[in-house]
Design a protein around this ligand. Structure first.
Ligand code: GLV
Ligand code: MG
Length: 317
C-alpha cells in the first residue's frame, strides 16, 4: 500500500523556532527547506541547524511525528546543490526518507540525481534506494517532460509548484492559485494540474497540489484543496500550521464515504462470486455497478486505509 500523502508541510530550514514546532506536526510529510524559503546567505547555517536537529533527535532516540521526513535541496544550476548533497553524505542522509527536488526539468536530470543519491547512501552506509525523490513541477520545461520525470528512478510523488510556475510562464499576477483578472474564460491552472495528475497516475506515484501563499486566508486554502481533491490529487502542500487540520480533513475520505466504498467492494465481490450468481453488472443501492465501479471504490478505500480508517459496516446479501 502506498503511504498516505495528504498534507506536506514546508518548514524553513533556517528557522530554529519553526523546526522545533514541526517536530510535533501530525502530518504525512514534513520537509525542511534549503531552497527558496532560505536566503542565499543563510544556506550554510540552515544545513548546520538541520544537522544539529537530527543529531539531538538521534541522541534522545526521538523522531518527528510526521510519517515522512524530508529535505528540499536546491535545484540544478544553483551554487548550492553540490553543498546540499555533500551535507546529506556527511550524515543527514541517514535521517531522511526523501528529498524534495525543485524545478525538475527532465528524466536525464532525475537519472543524474539517482546516481548522486546512490553515492550519498554509500557514504552514509544506508541501503541503496533508501532515499526517495519527491519532484516539483514548476517550470514550462518540467511540465513538458513530466510524463518521463514521473517514471524516473526513486520518484514517489509529483507536486505542482504554482508560484515558480506562474513566474516561469510570465503570468503577471502574484496572487498564487487565484484566477487572474482578465482571464475569466477558464481555470488557468487546470492544464498543469491535470497534466501532473495524469503523469503521476500513469507512473503509479502520488500527485500533490502546491501551496497557497495567502496563509491567513483559510477559506482560500480550503477552496484550493477541495478543487485538487475533486480532481483526484492525494494531498497538498501547507505553509502554515493553521492550514494543517483543513488539509488532513479534505484529503481524508469521511467515515461515511469510506464505509460506502467498503460496502460496494464487499457487495461486488459477493455478486461476482458463484454464491451471488456470478454477475458482472448488478443494481446495487439504486445504481448499476460493474468492474469500473469496483475500481473507483477501491481508490477511495485505499485512501481511507492508508489514512488509518477502519471499515465500520458489513455487507449482508
Ligand atoms: C513552490 O515551490 C512554488 O513555487 O509554488
Ligand atoms: Mg517553487
Amino acid at each position: 500500500m502506498s503511504r498516505s500523502r495528504r498534507c506536506v508541510v514546508a518548514v524553513p530550514g533556517s528557522s530554529e523556532k519553526m523546526i522545533g514546532k514541526s517536530l510535533e506536526f501530525q502530518v504525512d510529510q514534513v520537509f525542511l527547506d534549503l531552497e527558496d524559503a532560505v536566503a542565499p546567505g543563510m544556506k550554510a547555517q540552515a544545513r548546520e541547524l538541520i544537522g544539529k536537529t537530527f543529531d539531538s533527535l538521534a541522541k534522545e532516540k526521538s523522531h518527528f511525528k510526521a510519517g515522512i521526513v524530508s529535505i528540499r535541496v536546491n535545484g540544478t544550476g544553483t551554487p548550492w546543490l553540490a553543498e546540499d548533497l555533500d551535507f546529506l553524505s556527511q550524515g543527514a542522509g541517514k535521517h531522511i526518507d526523501a528529498i524534495i527536488f525543485p524545478k525538475s526539468s527532465s528524466a536525464d536530470e532525475m537519472k543524474w540525481l539517482d546516481s548522486e543519491l546512490s553515492k550519498v547512501e554509500k557514504t552514509c552506509g544506508i541501503k541503496q534506494g533508501a532515499i526517495a525523490v519527491d519532484v516539483q513541477i514548476e517550470t514550462a520545461q518540467g511540465l513538458i517532460n513530466v510524463e518521463e520525470i514521473a517514471k524516473a528512478p526513486r520518484i514517489s510523488s509529483v507536486a505542482f509548484g504554482p508560484a515558480d510556475f506562474m513566474a516561469d510562464l510570465g503570468m503577471p499576477s502574484s496572487d498564487v492559485t487565484s484566477q487572474p483578472t482578465g482571464y475569466e474564460i477558464a481555470d488557468i491552472f487546470h492544464y498543469p494540474l491535470m497534466k501532473i495528475l495524469v503523469a503521476a497516475r500513469a507512473a503509479g506515484v502520488s500527485a500533490l497540489d502546491g501551496p497557497v501563499l495567502d496563509v491567513h486566508n483559510l477559506d482560500k486554502f480550503k477552496a484550493s484543496a477541495m478543487r485538487a481533491r475533486a480532481m483526484g490529487f492525494d494531498g497538498k502542500w501547507v505553509l502554515h500550521p493553521s492550514q494543517i487540520d483543513a488539509c488532513n480533513e479534505i484529503f481524508t475520505p469521511s467515515q461515511e464515504v469510506f464505509d460506502a466504498a467498503s460496502l460496494l467492494l464487499q457487495a461486488y465481490e459477493y455478486y461476482t462470486s458463484t454464491a451471488g450468481g456470478s454477475k458482472g453488472a448488478v443494481i446495487y443501492d439504486g445504481a448499476m455497478i460493474d468492474e469500473a465501479s469496483r475500481k473507483m471504490a477501491l481508490s477511495t478505500h485505499a485512501r481511507g486505509i492508508s489514512a488509518g480508517l477502519k471499515p465500520g459496516k458489513q455487507f449482508n446479501p
